[in-house]
Each structure stands twice: as structure tokens, then as C-alpha cells.
Design a protein around this ligand. Structure first.
Ligand code: OSB
Ligand code: MG
Length: 368
């Protein structure tokens, strides 16, 4: 296989409602789409780099720069046997996993299309339907939060995650537990706390949450091990896990009992699959996180979530929760049982709507 051409596009897509986390608020997504031509077959990927370097150090600008100036020169004219080799070819570039992930996933889509296989099958997925949860941003009031949760439960979602930050943590969790004693509930702090906050975090044990996601520093695995020893609730790491060595360290020192895998954060399908396999041998369940992706990134998340150890509902939910109109056809829909049926068409299985993508494009660059 040979990569002949890359088309980078930045699209602007407004969320139907602002999304608030402990690190900030987003209302307009700037999304970097990567279209690849591999031996004449088109593949699509999405970099999950954000507008600001607040979740990770990468941004749309850095991802564009790294793909154009470093990743493309490595792959240009290079022969490889399959998309599964691309991650290792790019290893000389340290970090910048969201840049790598956008490009690498597009090549996987192209390979699946060349082979006329759904991407989920090419990756080795075993599921025809994936279980879905939702991630609910920080709300202005507890009543507003309860109303949101009611709506998502009515739509069928199998677990509820709420974002927390100092001052909006124990009370919202308590209120939800009182109102919904039996639901699968969890919280995500996006690194808003410090080890000194252990007494506060221990109060969350009273609400039998299925997990607390990333309470401490974004790159601080060690403190999570210290915290986990004092908490009954399992810790799930998100921001801290950039590669398989981080995952191994976190598991071996007891920093978490669950891992959230995001394609962007770990650099694409090959890296994600390696972390998935390691977790499986260590009996650590994983689930697929979300980064407010457009339909293209969402489709890749769905394919990845079909791997056997994705046993917990992820943050992959219906297009209509994010956008007036998505950029793929059909849109991602969720069943009454809170699942997504994995598409059976080749590649990512959803068609990019080129007209709509063109209309949303603010910047375009072709590398060939
Ligand atoms: O921590 O999982 C996170 C969104 C942006 C950045 C980080 C996170 C999130 C979400 C949203 O939780 C998940 C989604 O619905 O896509
Ligand atoms: Mg998270």
C-alpha cells in the first residue's frame, strides 16, 4: 500500500448546546478532517485535537502542522503492507497522538474499503451492537441536571456520566443518586482535583458510582495510585494514558481499575488495540471515550468499540445529541435499548457528505 495524497480540512461545526467541563466550555467545534488517497481508495479520519490546549497540549493548529510537516514526509512514497504498520512508521515523532490518530485512522478506513470489509471486522471486532452511555456537561442547576438525565434515560442510554468540578461534585452526585437509585452512574473530573482533596473525593464513595474518571493531574499516574488505595470507587484513567507503557504502569501500580481508550489520545487504531489487548490480559475493562467528534470520528469510535474487552458502555452516542445535522449519512442513531448497531458497509460504514463538508470548510490543504 502507498499513501498518494492527503487532504486536510478544517470544518467549523456548532454544537446544539455548549458543553462544559472542569477545563472550560465549548460551543463551536473546529474539527480537522483527514482524507487520504491510498492506492486510489479514499479513507477518512478525524483528529480529535481541540480548539484549545486544555484537555491535552494538542490543538487543531499543532495537528495540522505535525501532519503536514512531519507525518506526511515520513509516509510519502513509502510502501507498507497494511494500516497496522503505520503507527510504528510514525514512532520517530514523539507524542502528537491526535495528529497521528487522525491520519492513521483514515488509512485504516481506506484499507477496509480496499478489502471490502467493515472496519470493525478488519480490526478484529466481535460485536454487532455496542452499548452506549452519555457524557453530560456541567449544568447551571441541579434541576437542570436531573432534567437532562431523565431525557437521556428515556432515550435508552445504559449509563450516565456527569462532569464535575470543585463546588459542583458531591451535591450533584447525591441528588442524582437520590432521584435515580438504580442507574449506572459515574463522574468525570478532567483533572480538577489534587491529592489533598482525598477527603472530598472519598465522600463520593457513598453514591456507589461505577467509577470516578481522571480526578487528578493529567500526567500524574502516581498520585492516582495513592488515591485509589483510599477509595472504594474504581478510578478510571483518561488523560493520563497516552500509550501502552502508561497503561502498563498505571495497572501495575494500582492507579486505576478501568481505562478509557480514545483513538486521538493514544494515536489511532493500532495503538488503541494494543492497549485494549494489554488491558484484557490484565482483566482491566475498557470503554471508548468521546471528544465531541463529528460523524467521522464517531464512526471510528464505533468500529473500535466492537473489540472484545470494550465491555462497559462508552461515551459514543447519537449524532443528534451534538449536531443539527451531522456530516455523514446515515447519522449515528441509538436504539431504544441504548445501543448502536455497527454498520455492515465497507470501511467506517457511513458516507461522508461531501457537499456539507465543503460548505463547512474554512481551510483546506492538499499534500501530494
Ligand atoms: O473527558 O471524556 C472527556 C469531551 C471533551 C474532552 C474530554 C472529554 C469529553 C467528554 C465528551 O466527556 C464525550 C462525548 O460526548 O463526546
Ligand atoms: Mg474523560
Amino acid at each position: 500500500m502507498k499513501l498518494k495524497k492527503i487532504t486536510l480540512r478544517e470544518i467549523h461545526l456548532p454544537l446544539i448546546a455548549p458543553f462544559e467541563t472542569s477545563f472550560g466550555q465549548t460551543s463551536l467545534r473546529r474539527i480537522l478532517l483527514v482524507e487520504t488517497d491510498v492506492d486510489g481508495v479514499t479513507g477518512w479520519g478525524e483528529s480529535t485535537a481541540g480548539e484549545d490546549p486544555y484537555y491535552s497540549y494538542e490543538t487543531v493548529e499543532t495537528a495540522w502542522h505535525i501532519i503536514r510537516d512531519f507525518l506526511w514526509p515520513i509516509l510519502k512514497g513509502r510502501e507498507f503492507r497494511s494500516a497496522s504498520e503505520v503507527w510504528d512508521l510514525l514512532a520517530r515523532v514523539r507524542g502528537h497522538n491526535m495528529a497521528k490518530g487522525g491520519l492513521e485512522t483514515a488509512i485504516w478506513d481506506a484499507e477496509a474499503k480496499q478489502k471490502n470489509l467493515p472496519l470493525a471486522k478488519l480490526l478484529g471486532g466481535v460485536r454487532e451492537e455496542i452499548p452506549c452511555g452519555v457524557s453530560i456537561g456541567i449544568q447551571p442547576t441541579i434541576d437542570a441536571l436531573i432534567a437532562k438525565v431523565e431525557k437521556e434515560l428515556a432515550a435508552g442510554y445504559q449509563r450516565i456520566k456527569i462532569k464535575i468540578k470543585p463546588g459542583k461534585d458531591v451535591e450533584p452526585a447525591r441528588a442524582l443518586r437520590e432521584r435515580f437509585p438504580r442507574i449506572r452512574l459515574m463522574v468525570d473530573a478532567n483533572s480538577a482535583y489534587r491529592l489533598e482533596d482525598t477527603p472530598l473525593l472519598k465522600q463520593l464513595d457513598a453514591f456507589y458510582l461505577i467509577m470516578i474518571e481522571q480526578p487528578l493531574g493529567w500526567d500524574d499516574i502516581y498520585s492516582h495510585a495513592q488515591l485509589q488505595r483510599q477509595l472504594e470507587t474504581p478510578i478510571c484513567l483518561d488523560e493520563c494514558i497516552h500509550d501502552i507503557e502508561h497503561a502498563r504502569a498505571a495497572i501495575e501500580i494500582g492507579a486505576c481499575r478501568i481505562i478509557n481508550i480514545k483513538l486521538g489520545r493514544v494515536g489511532g487504531h493500532t495503538a488503541a488495540r494494543r492497549i485494549h489487548d494489554l488491558c484484557q490480559t490484565k482483566s482491566i475493562p475498557v470503554w471508548c471515550g468521546g471528544m465531541l467528534e463529528s460523524g467521522i470520528g464517531r464512526a471510528h469510535n464505533i468500529a473500535m468499540s466492537t473489540l472484545a474487552n470494550f465491555t462497559l458502555p462508552g461515551d459514543v452516542s447519537a449524532s443528534r445529541r451534538y449536531w443539527d445535522e451531522d456530516i455523514i449519512e446515515p447519522e449515528v442513531e441509538v436504539t431504544r435499548q441504548g445501543t448502536i448497531r455497527v454498520p455492515s458497509a465497507p470501511g467506517i460504514g457511513y458516507k461522508p457528505r461531501i457537499d456539507r463538508i465543503d460548505a463547512l470548510t474554512r481551510r483546506l490543504e492538499v499534500l501530494e
